[in-house]
Design a protein around this ligand. Structure first.
Ligand code: MSP
Length: 640
């Protein structure tokens, strides 16, 4: 059997998983299941990226050693996948000695081939993205995340990335589907066409990494280390090269430029394809810890089931593009497609077969539905093969609704009472058609509904495991007449919208608190010291920053409120609503430098997002007075 090795990114263990990670992992595992239906021996990989400054600092903030911290979070990731019916075939933690060996081995090969040299670097570095920003000046923001870069000087080992500009361009030319979708390919092309700089692949400024097999205290740059995880996970097996790296769009550069160049330098085979999907947005923003707008899979699984989440993510969002997550949309999709659509078709069909035919599948078949079902098989195969999940799923639901209409038209509940042969034959045809279409839809949905599809399958009386279904043999007519259907029970009960959303939101808060506790962070406010003051650690939790007001307008219907967009050096200005509209006019505010609390949880005021708080002084009965500076100070500077 040909193999199909596919991977998710190795997730950072600086924070517990959220549905952004679940999105990639569920999509990848759906592809694995789909490829098995195509006859491949699909091997699904996911892992954790445990080194680097980001993890070191996160651990430090929790008072843990990086190893302890990484142990706890990586266990969280593994635990999640298991609970969400995500079957992981291979995995690696980058702290595993097995991985260290492969990283050193690959480094040595690059060194022996003359692609690594020792040099020195002074420049700006973004700790958050673990990225050297060559073009930046001190104090400049990181082009990726907008956070202020830090100046570092280091003696480093460099990888001769510049030597690969031409070979990479040739790769993208000769293998136009190496990077998908097209938009991402174009970004990479234009970046590489400008010429590539050599890349520093070692660090002396941090300890938490894999030591280089050279003199001195160098550890590997976290991306050199992590990318190799795709290989070390299958070391000694015949699985490399990977057939697919599935990633989020923000890490395309590392996968489509650095990674093939490392492999070329080491004379190793390249992965066949990189697919970058879009971002899952929540409340119109990329989900992230620092923005405080995180949604986790756990409450969704508890209230709606893991299949509901997987279905929603793959049906609602065009794979490759950004898409919004919302609890309401999730419940609405569930009710319309899973409860009323698939679930209803299954229960009414099976109940009728029980009632009218003693639970035995009759003989028959309506040609139009049969043709549509065979078309649907082809459509799904093609669409899933191109990672167009929403299109494939849409086609299955077109089949389901055609069958629903057909049943209504044929009115089996009326025909049943007519005892003549023609009517009874018509009833057979109706019931077989519904059941066979249901069988086909269920088989096609197995990669997306790994928990529920087998249940419907069993209710149809199928004995062959659903995992054994192959596209090559899946066709109309496979349901054997005479087969006894199993016990009928509803697979997707209807869910009450408001109640479910409230439950998920409440649980989300609990899970967040639980996870914080797991990591050793205190969630209840620390007791005040005996002398009534607070410790410096308490103060340092408050992130005060210099912000410049870009726009200001009064909030309609609220005399006190002003809505502002302020720049604090992040990629996008922040939206802040403050009660200063009686003290200042919008004109007085625009361009003014103010102080904001930058790490407050965002909240909505009059329906407008407020992501931060402006610092102002006020006296009883008086108007607020904004804090400011006499000297000039760059935007984003932190007050400490
Ligand atoms: N450790 C690196 C990857 C190294 S791979 C050799 C890393 N880790 S990460 O924890 O930040 O994970 C990033 C990946 O998680 C994204 O590329 C994407 O697959 C997934 N996502 C995280 N948040 C996401 C969204 N909000 N939306 C969509 N995908 C998200 O980068």
């Amino acid at each position: 059997m040909p193999k199909y090795y596919l991977t998710t990114p190795l997730y950072y263990v600086n924070a517990a998983p959220h549905i952004g990670h679940t999105y990639t992992t569920m999509a990848a595992e759906t592809i694995a299941r789909f490829q098995r239906m195509q006859g491949f021996d699909a091997v699904m990989f996911t892992g954790t990226d445990e080194h680097g400054q980001k993890v070191e600092r996160a651990a430090e903030a929790m008072g843990k050693s990086p190893q302890e911290f990484a142990d706890a979070i990586s266990a969280e990731f593994r635990n999640q996948w298991e609970k969400l019916n995500i079957r992981v075939d291979r995995t690696i933690r980058t702290t595993d000695p097995r991985h260290h060996r492969v990283v050193r081995w690959l480094f040595q090969r690059c060194l022996d081939n003359g692609f690594i040299y020792k040099g020195s670097y002074t420049g700006q570095y973004c700790v958050y993205d673990e990225l050297y920003v060559n073009e930046a000046k001190p104090g400049d923001p990181c082009p990726e995340c907008g956070r202020t870069t830090e100046t570092v000087t280091e003696e480093n080992y460099f990888f001769k990335l510049s030597a690969f500009t031409e070979r990479l361009l040739e790769l993208y030319e000769t293998q136009p589907d190496f990077i998908l979708p097209e938009t991402r390919r174009n970004e990479v092309l234009s970046f590489v066409r400008q010429g590539l700089n050599d890349l520093s692949i070692s660090r002396t400024t941090l300890k938490w990494g894999i030591p280089l097999p050279v003199e001195g205290h160098h550890v590997f740059y976290v991306w050199f280390d992590a990318l190799i995880g795709y290989m070390s996970a299958v070391d000694g097996e015949d699985l490399w090269p990977a057939d697919l790296h599935l990633i989020g769009k923000e890490i395309v550069r590392f996968h489509a430029i650095f990674w093939p160049a490392f492999l070329m330098a080491a004379e190793l085979p390249l992965p066949k394809r990189i697919f970058a999907h879009g971002w899952l947005l929540f409340e119109n923003d990329k989900m992230s810890k620092s923005r405080g707008n995180i949604v986790r899979a756990e409450p969704i699984r508890e209230v709606m089931g893991a299949d509901a989440l997987r279905y929603f993510l793959l049906r609602e969002i065009v794979f490759g593009q950004d898409g919004a997550f919302s609890y309401d949309a999730l419940v609405n999709r569930y009710n319309s497609d899973l409860a009323n659509g698939l679930g209803n078709l299954a229960s009414r069909t099976l109940t009728m077969i029980g009632q009218y035919r003693g639970g035995a599948i009759p003989e028959g078949g309506e040609t139009e539905i049969a043709a549509l079902a065979n078309d649907t098989i082809r459509t799904v195969r093609g669409a899933f093969g191109r990672f167009e999940f929403s299109k494939g799923l849409e086609a299955v639901w077109a089949l389901i609704s055609a069958v629903d209409k057909f049943i209504v038209q044929m009115a089996p509940w009326k025909v049943w009472r007519q005892r003549d042969d023609a009517s009874q034959r018509q009833l057979d045809v109706t019931l077989y058609t519904a059941a066979e279409a249901l069988r086909i839809a269920t088989a096609l949905l197995a990669p997306v509904l790994p928990q529920s599809a087998p249940k419907i399958w069993a209710q149809l009386g199928m004995t062959e495991p659903i995992e054994a279904v192959r596209f090559d043999t899946l066709a109309w007519g496979g349901l054997p007449p005479g087969q006894k259907v199993g016990e009928v029970s509803g697979v997707f009960p209807r869910i009450e919208l408001k109640e479910a959303v409230a439950k998920m939101r409440a649980m989300e808060e609990q899970v967040t608190a639980g996870q914080a506790a797991l990591l050793g962070k205190k969630t209840e406010p620390a007791p005040a010291p005996a002398d009534g003051g607070i410790g410096i650690e308490d103060f340092s939790k408050v992130e005060l920053r210099v912000a410049q007001v870009k726009t200001a307008e009064r909030v309609k219907g609220a005399d006190k409120l002003m809505h502002m967009k302020v720049d604090i050096g992040e990629a996008e200005p922040r939206s802040i609503v403050a009660g200063i509209a009686e003290a200042y006019t919008p004109e007085q505010l625009v361009n003014r430098k103010v102080v904001i609390v930058a790490n407050l949880q965002p909240r909505k005021l009059r329906g407008i997002e407020s992501n931060g708080m402006i610092v102002a002084a006020s006296v009883e009965g008086g108007k607020p007075v904004l804090a400011g500076f006499h000297e000039d100070i760059p935007v984003g500077a932190r007050l400490k």
